[in-house]
Write a protein that binds this ligand. Sequence first.
Ligand code: NAG
Ligand code: NAG
Ligand code: NAG
Ligand code: NAG
Ligand code: NAG
Ligand code: NAG
Length: 340
Amino acid sequence: MFFVLLACLFLDFTLVRSHPVLQFCDTTNNYTSGSNFGKNLRQLLSPLPARGSATGFYQGTAGSGADRVYGLVQCSGDVSPDVCRSCINRTTTEIAILCPNQREAALRYDECLLRYADWRFFSQLNLLKLSFPNPANVSANPVAFGKMVGDLLTNLSGAAATQSSLFATGMTGFSDTLKIYGLVQCTQDMSDGDCRTCLQNYIAQIPVCCNGSQGAQVLGLNCGVRYEIHPFYQISQRNYTPPINTSGSEGNNMSKAVLAIIIVAIVGVVLILAAGIIVWILKRKQASRRRADGIDGEDIRKAEVLLFLRKLIITEADRTSKRYGMGIFSSSDDVSNLQN
Ligand SMILES: *[C@@H]1O[C@H](CO)[C@@H](O)[C@H](O)[C@H]1NC(C)=O
Ligand SMILES: *[C@@H]1O[C@H](CO)[C@@H](O)[C@H](O)[C@H]1NC(C)=O
Ligand SMILES: *[C@@H]1O[C@H](CO)[C@@H](O)[C@H](O)[C@H]1NC(C)=O
Ligand SMILES: *[C@@H]1O[C@H](CO)[C@@H](O)[C@H](O)[C@H]1NC(C)=O
Ligand SMILES: *[C@@H]1O[C@H](CO)[C@@H](O)[C@H](O)[C@H]1NC(C)=O
Ligand SMILES: *[C@@H]1O[C@H](CO)[C@@H](O)[C@H](O)[C@H]1NC(C)=O
């Protein structure tokens, strides 16, 4: 099979990359416009922004038989649901333009990956990869630096394989002034073992593609690794699936949950007290008005106050739960080079 692989060379100073980091179109395998495959593909793609951003990962199919379409989307583990949704939205639109009428295609930005095909590619490891060395070189001791990069990313691979998100970030100090930040992620259809295999394969590519670079990215369809000497990912990452059963973060999650409950409880008590006072004031007012004109609006008013109160409590609880794990998108503004 002949695949067209295209990675774009660019200098990007905006928050979001303007070109995909990976574009994969199988131009040997086209469908005709208006065919069932095309209809199934549209049916698969349109709900993907909502479905994918709900948890950061979604795989599904549309249609049946030879015209069945298999699709997968995944967002980087450090982006917020909003960034995730808009990235998937963008890829679903762009893939139709960049890979017109192809029965198999993939598009990857730093924030998300979209892939579809006419065959069941789920859980099938593919080690195709692209490398993007940061053109700036590390000045001091590149050999020791490279070794530490390998150690950091290998450690992160082990951590990622134990997470349901198959995602991990971490930092290590190379010297007093130089830190190394790493990120690894596999698509969530991978088994733990295939995830490790993929990450190790890509990490092993770094000394080959990017010897001495102060940053690099190696990525493909099933996994990706990246390191830089500055934090390029959002540190307070969103946990799409809360790591309830992860050693180490358990206590932290527990105390956050307790804190959230306490905050909600305090806010609730304050609001109920406030509502009591409001109801009491309204009652007095109405009582005096009733005395004046004889109209009984008390029950309606009370219901309105209670409804208002319930809305406030729900909003506050919602906001509290959202505050944990919400990330803000961080820029990825490195200069990237094509390197096959
Ligand atoms: C498939 O479509 C692409 C783009 O529309 C075209 O370049 C390519 O030649 C087509 N391939 C075949 C086998 O018809
Ligand atoms: C997707 O993008 C289009 C414009 O390209 C916009 O009109 C639409 O509201 C977006 N949908 C979502 C779910 O973000
Ligand atoms: C980094 O090193 C490579 C080879 O070791 C060299 O080709 C490249 O010009 C260097 N880049 C800079 C910015 O010095
Ligand atoms: C990798 O993990 C090992 C064992 O936990 C640890 O000793 C080492 O410092 C770690 N290395 C890096 C670069 O994170
Ligand atoms: C990386 O570069 C260093 C010198 O900067 C060299 O000694 C080493 O052999 C190179 N490693 C590879 C894998 O090319
Ligand atoms: C928690 O993790 C342990 C080992 O990591 C596993 O055996 C157990 O089934 C997990 N429990 C839940 C509820 O996922």
